[in-house]
Ligand binder design. Structure first.
Ligand SMILES: [Zn+2]
Ligand SMILES: [Zn+2]
Length: 437
């Protein structure tokens, strides 16, 4: 028997956590959190008995929606290791600090202690095998990994137990400007049973090229009208790609960023193996010739300058005091605008500004792709040909729409699930799909 249980992350954005049972063995893929108003949905629906029985745990990347509930596993009695990459572990300290702050600001308490955090033991997939090659996790269990183009250190995984193979895409993007992404060699996946596939953009078909054109035009419009543009981005990830895009498209415009992005830029240089060599080389040149790193005070001061600039800061949901101050400063001119480029979590200042009919300052939303939409999911299905596919990382209604469109295009056995759902695979057929909700 082979079974996938959704503990979080399917039919929603956040708390990615998939429990996979291969006969007597079970593994957990990611264990993240979800920001938002429903407190009972913050952490995955962990089953303590099953947590204690886990053979091992894999972590695909550092983002909080995949990582920040891992210490909870140890609170529930897990004593094993977490397989991930060095780059991911390096980034985690920052995410833990930010998550702790977020929980504290919300007037809540962490459900785990620093002791549980210290109990987490990491092992690194890159020590076992290069990308695209199998290694033995433990006798009878093989794994294979590769870069997923979403973040430095982000990986996809193939797992094989007793001849049963599962693919987990992690968060996947083949349209990254700087990051490398390679799917597994098809010789390895000739008989893939189950794919858990990032479908965060659901049935959206926009290409990165169109999205980038729209973002650049929006920035140009704001600047031409005499306003500053401010892009709040995560410290690691798309921020540097957006800086690269804008530095190239707007050669005369000043670009200023905060010290957080300088830290992540330096980290990129130490982790070149995750990047496209040529593109990273060009970006280094653009960074040194075009980007000014400013302190919080200098950024505030800069916002009063007549010469219009692009601001890029590393607080995507505008949760910090420094961001709140800069929002106030930006509000003094109706021409200034904030541009959000990723998922905006409900309950945050970014969401409140975005939802307001006439927010001051103006807030726009232009997406930069770091996940998969319909064409990308279809490409993944064409390449890997899983017998059954679970579409994850988007709200249920949107995932249902994607599933319907894929089915209409001839893709069979694609599933849209919700937290608590179980898919049981018996040989080559799906046994039962049940929902606990
Ligand atoms: Zn992610
Ligand atoms: Zn994610």
């Amino acid at each position: 028997m082979f079974q996938v249980e959704v503990w979080g992350g399917a039919g929603e954005h956040g708390r990615s956590c998939y429990h996979v049972q291969f006969g007597q063995r079970s593994v957990l893929l990611d264990c993240g959190v979800k920001k938002g108003q429903k407190k009972e949905e913050t952490y995955p629906k962990l089953d303590a008995d099953k947590v204690r029985m886990l053979t091992t745990v894999f972590l695909s990347h550092a983002h909080e929606d995949h990582s920040m509930a891992i210490p909870l596993l140890y609170r529930h009695g897990y004593t094993g290791v977490v397989w991930t990459t060095r780059s991911t572990v390096r980034q985690l300290a920052n995410y833990y600090a930010k998550w702790q702050q977020y929980v504290q600001d919300a007037g809540d308490e962490l459900p785990y202690t620093s002791e549980h955090m210290e109990q987490v033991r990491y092992r690194f997939v890159e020590d076992m095998a290069p990308p695209g090659q199998w290694f033995t996790v433990e006798p009878g269990m093989q794994a294979c990994w590769g870069p997923s183009g979403h973040l430095a250190g982000s990986i996809w995984l193939l797992l094989c137990v007793d001849g049963q193979t599962l693919f987990y895409s992690g968060d996947y993007c083949q349209d990254s400007r700087l990051l490398a992404a390679n799917l597994p060699d098809l010789r390895y996946v000739r008989d893939l049973q189950v794919g858990i596939l990032d479908a965060a953009y659901a049935d959206d078909e926009a290409t990165q090229e169109q999205l980038v054109d729209d973002l650049v035009s929006a920035c140009k419009q704001v600047l031409e009208r005499g306003g500053h543009v401010w892009l709040p981005v995560p410290i690691y990830g798309r921020g540097h790609e957006i800086i690269d895009v804008l530095a190239e498209a707007l050669p005369g415009t000043e670009i200023v960023c905060d010290t957080g992005l300088e830290v992540s830029f330096q980290a990129m240089l130490e982790e070149e193996q995750w990047f496209k060599t040529e593109e990273l080389h060009l970006y280094k040149q653009r960074w040194s010739s075009r980007v000014q790193v400013l302190t919080r005070e200098q950024l505030l001061h800069k916002s009063t300058s007549l010469k219009k600039a692009i601001f890029v800061t590393s607080d995507p949901m505008l949760q910090s005091k420094a961001s709140a101050k800069l929002v106030e400063a930006f509000a003094t001119s109706p021409n200034n605008a904030l541009i959000m480029t990723g998922h905006v979590y409900p309950g945050t200042l970014a969401a409140r500004l975005l939802a307001a009919e006439q927010s001051v300052p103006r807030v726009l939303h232009y997406r930069y792709k770091v996940h998969q939409g319909l064409p990308d999911v279809a490409r993944m299905l064409d390449g890997l040909k899983p017998k059954f596919s679970l579409l994850v990382h988007a709200p249920k209604a949107k995932t249902d729409r994607l599933k319907a469109k894929l089915t209409a295009r001839g893709y069979d056995h694609v599933y849209s699930c919700a937290p608590g759902d179980q898919l049981v695979f018996c040989g080559r057929t799906l046994g039962t799909a049940t929902s606990n909700d």
